[in-house]
Design a protein around this ligand. Structure first.
Ligand SMILES: [Zn+2]
Ligand SMILES: [Zn+2]
Length: 398
């Protein structure tokens, strides 16, 4: 397992590194250059400022967005960066003005710590928060600065304002959602991206009881869409993926049919299974081909929801005449919801035994195994890998 982080005392000893008092030295996964293996480095983490909290990371999920960042597909200027945006841990200390969490609290990370004041926030669209979006893309916290530095003092970006492929993370307080301690943190790690994104997409789709759905792409997020569709009372739930193991997991989570995505007739099969197409098609891959499949799988009046993250610059074309059949295509970001409120509801489902978290985790790994996990995602192989930073803290075995 990775070594313990240590608190470096006298600030004066660190002057050359540009670090302040109580700066932590810790191990973290640093994206130095896209296309090259992510480096596991010793880095420096400054203490939390006003409105921020320091969290000891217990576990972190490896998500496809991490692959896109590591491969430089989300645009230029996004490195050097400490990766990781889905995780959970225990609050260690809090900055001034923080009163919603305290040291010792278990928290899940939320990568859109909405400001509550911008136009999007005032309109009730918290996940589209303008300030969080701007700072998230810049790799900075909400005050526009970073707490992360390399040993030479140079600034490192916070991956999606979380940077939890590390032993500790400083996040805005709105980026730390309190959890009941009964949920093991290696499972809770999934809540802040895969679970809220996947299940939120089902809400975004305004699914009605009995609606038929297809879920194209059954990885860490798609499997949550399947679970959400089942909870929402969907009729046929058709899981589509290249990987038989993921299709098996989808069936365990409530899929009623499976379609092998390596076949040439994916859309025909979905249409045949549903007598002409689904009412709601979820695309959870982020490619032009799969987005088009979601559109083509719809019956007239149906809605396609694009959940998958496409690389910057990718375009999709649709047969425009089909707008006459009142088909709709829409996007969703991070569950299109108030993440704190949504996680509160989802956590209750977990506590009540109605939503399983751990079943989608196929690999528990160490930080040093990150690159292999990114490779599995590149190949579309397997569901979630979760990095365990500390087995005991993460509750592994429970
Ligand atoms: Zn993610
Ligand atoms: Zn805002």
């Amino acid at each position: 397992m990775p070594g313990q982080a240590t608190e470096l005392a006298p600030a004066a000893q660190l002057t050359d590194a540009g670090a302040g008092p109580h700066t932590l030295e810790m191990r973290a996964a640093v994206l130095r250059e896209p296309g090259k293996p992510v480096a596991i480095e010793t880095v420096l983490l400054d203490p939390p400022k006003r409105g921020e909290v320091l969290v000891r990371v217990a576990a972190a999920g490896v998500c496809h967005s991490d692959v896109h960042l590591a491969d430089g597909l989300l645009g230029p200027g996004r490195w050097p960066m400490v990766l990781g945006h889905e995780g959970a841990g225990v609050v260690t200390s809090v900055g001034e003005g923080v009163d919603t969490v305290a040291p010792g609290d278990h928290v899940a990370f939320c990568f859109v710590p909405s400001c509550g004041a911008c136009g999007a926030c005032r309109a009730g669209k918290a996940t589209l928060c303008e300030a969080a979006g701007r700072n998230g893309v810049a790799g900075m916290l909400m005050d526009g600065t970073s707490r992360l530095h390399a040993l030479d003092g140079s600034v490192l970006q916070h991956g999606l304002m979380v940077a939890c492929f590390a032993e500790y993370a400083v996040v805005p307080v709105a980026g730390a959602v309190p959890l009941p301690p009964s949920i093991p943190l290696w499972q809770a790690a999934l809540l802040g991206c895969g679970v809220v994104t996947g299940i939120g997409a089902v809400n975004r789709a305004s699914l009605r009881v009995g609606d038929s759905v297809c879920v194209i792409g059954c990885g860490g997020v798609g499997l949550q869409v399947v679970a959400g569709a089942r909870l929402a009372g969907a009729g046929a739930i058709i899981a589509v993926d290249r990987d038989p193991a993921k299709l098996e997991l989808a069936v365990a989570r409530g899929a009623t049919h499976t379609v092998d995505a390596t076949g040439p007739d994916v859309v025909d099969q979905i249409r045949a299974l549903t007598g002409g197409g689904v009412e709601r098609a979820f695309e959870v891959v982020g490619t032009p081909v799969t987005i088009r499949q979601a559109w083509d799988a719809l019956r007239p009046g149906g809605t396609a929801i694009v959940v998958g993250l496409a690389p910057a610059g990718v375009e999709v074309s649709l047969p425009a005449i089909e707008f006459l059949s009142e088909k709709t295509i829409t996007g969703t970001y991070y569950g299109s919801t108030n993440v704190h409120a949504a996680l509160g509801r989802l956590v209750q489902l977990v506590v009540d035994g109605r939503l399983d978290l751990g079943d989608v985790v196929q690999y528990l790994i160490t930080l040093d195994d990150l690159e292999a996990a990114l490779d599995r995602l590149r190949r579309g192989h397997g569901a979630r890998s979760v990095i365990v930073m500390d087995e005991q803290l993460a509750g592994v075995g429970t």
